[in-house]
Ligand binder design. Structure first.
Ligand SMILES: *Cc1c(COP(=O)(O)O)cnc(C)c1O
Length: 408
């Protein structure tokens, strides 16, 4: 008899985006002339940078002749890309990461979801609330939680990100082994200072814990005092793994390229309490279960680091940050408490006593603007909505004019 992994039955069906779609469809039926502006989904809207497209075309042409064809590449990624990443994203920023500590992949979603395979199921997992759901659901699937009750899975240590801690979670009160952090944060848009990250690194050393740091939005950081990588923090290499992606900085959401940094010094422990390096384990897993990102896509990603590529990705993120600043300013004028939007494409808005879905319906039905209800990201998201800067500037301006007219 073929039996299933029953941990999957514990998963809460994610109705978030289908519920949004249903409400939007109903609104459109009742208001066929109203044009809806979507500031809900966390997907970019602008095309790939020219430098990436040029490199992609050239690489596609290489695949057409015997002499320059590429078959299977190295599972960890081509040296040209790993070296460019190590130099530009780390060494030039003062973080001592080498090319062989970079694992190129087809997404930070997959990597942040798969990494937990390396660890036993009896470890204690801590993750933020509100949270990017991938961290939580993959641990549920692996059997690291009990059942879902009162809006939370038993056995998980939730790190509340709330007004009282400026949406940067405090250290857990009980000891934990695996800690997920994401800065700039999705969904709240908040950032963490070097001092704040240092407290987590110190905690990890003290408790023999490991930090999984999701830096998918680092390209939106403009405040130079803020860390872009956890490896800017002393001692982080022993206790942290970092996820990066070309999705949000260079528009690769549909093209797929990302990478994970596992420093050679990064350690976990075997059942006897002996230190074991994590790098060879992830290398083994990656080579066994993954066969590399396609050559043309890696060439396109490499172009992000050319002089033109850097200027063009900067222009892309500047464009979205201008949208974010506009949203934040207009929301502020209406008297709402909000965070994010400065070094992040997301703005997290307190509904002033409104339930997340009530606030969602209000924006949709009065202004024709789609947001994301905060409750979809966890219990602490209740009462909030997330607005995203991923849309054209014209649409963002129109959306904010409509919201301002309705809510002032
Ligand atoms: C968008 C996003 C990513 C990037 O995922 P990809 O699979 O690389 O597209 C990673 N983490 C968070 C929190 C995100 O919002």
């Amino acid at each position: 008899m073929i039996t299933i992994n029953e941990h999957y039955l514990k998963l809460q069906a994610s109705y978030l985006f289908s519920d949004i779609a249903k409400r939007v469809a109903t609104f459109q039926e009742n208001n066929p002339d109203k044009d809806i502006i979507r500031l809900g989904i966390g997907d970019v809207t602008r095309p790939l940078p020219k430098a990436c497209i040029t490199a992609l075309h050239a690489a596609v042409d290489e695949m057409a002749s015997d002499a320059s064809f590429h078959g299977y590449g190295p599972e960890q990624g081509y040296a040209f890309l790993r070296e460019a990443i190590a130099k530009h994203d780390f060494q030039d920023q003062g973080a001592d990461i080498s090319a062989d500590e970079i694992f190129v992949s087809d997404g930070a979603k997959c990597d942040s979801g798969n990494i937990q395979e390396l660890f036993t199921t009896d470890i204690k997992v801590a993750l933020p609330d509100p949270v990017y759901p991938v961290y939580l659901d993959t641990n549920v699937m692996a059997g690291r939680t009990g059942v879902f009750a009162d809006g939370r899975y038993q056995g998980i240590t939730y790190l509340d990100a709330v007004r009282s801690n400026n949406f940067v979670p405090d250290l857990p009160k009980e000891p934990v082994d695996l800690i997920y952090l994401c800065f700039p944060n999705n969904p709240t848009g908040t950032t963490a200072t070097k001092e704040e990250l240092k407290t987590w690194v110190d905690y990890a050393h003290e408790h023999k814990a490991l930090i999984l740091f999701d830096a998918a939005y680092e390209a939106f950081i403009r405040d130079e005092s803020l860390p872009k990588s956890i490896f800017e923090i002393d001692g982080a290499k022993e206790v942290a793994i970092e996820f990066r992606s070309f999705s949000k900085n260079a528009g690769f959401t549909g093209t797929r390229c990302a990478y994970t940094v596992v420093p050679k010094e990064c350690m976990a422990f075997d059942s006897k309490g002996n230190k074991q390096a994590v790098h060879p384990l992830w290398n083994r897993r990656h080579c066994t279960k993954f066969n590399g990102v396609s050559y043309p896509i890696q060439k396109a990603a490499e172009a992000v680091y050319s002089a033109e590529g850097k200027a063009q990705t900067r222009e892309l993120t500047d464009y979205y940050l201008r949208n974010a600043a506009h949203i934040k300013a207009e929301i502020g004028k209406l008297g709402f408490d909000c965070v994010g939007g400065d070094n992040s494409p997301y703005i997290w808005i307190d509904g002033q006593g409104r339930d997340s879905w009530e606030f969602f319906d209000l924006l949709l039905n009065t202004a024709g603007v789609v947001c994301t209800p905060g409750a979809g990201f966890g219990k602490c998201g209740q009462g909030y909505i997330r607005l995203s800067a991923f849309n054209s500037h014209e649409n963002v301006v129109t959306a904010m004019e409509r919201i301002s007219a309705e809510l002032k």
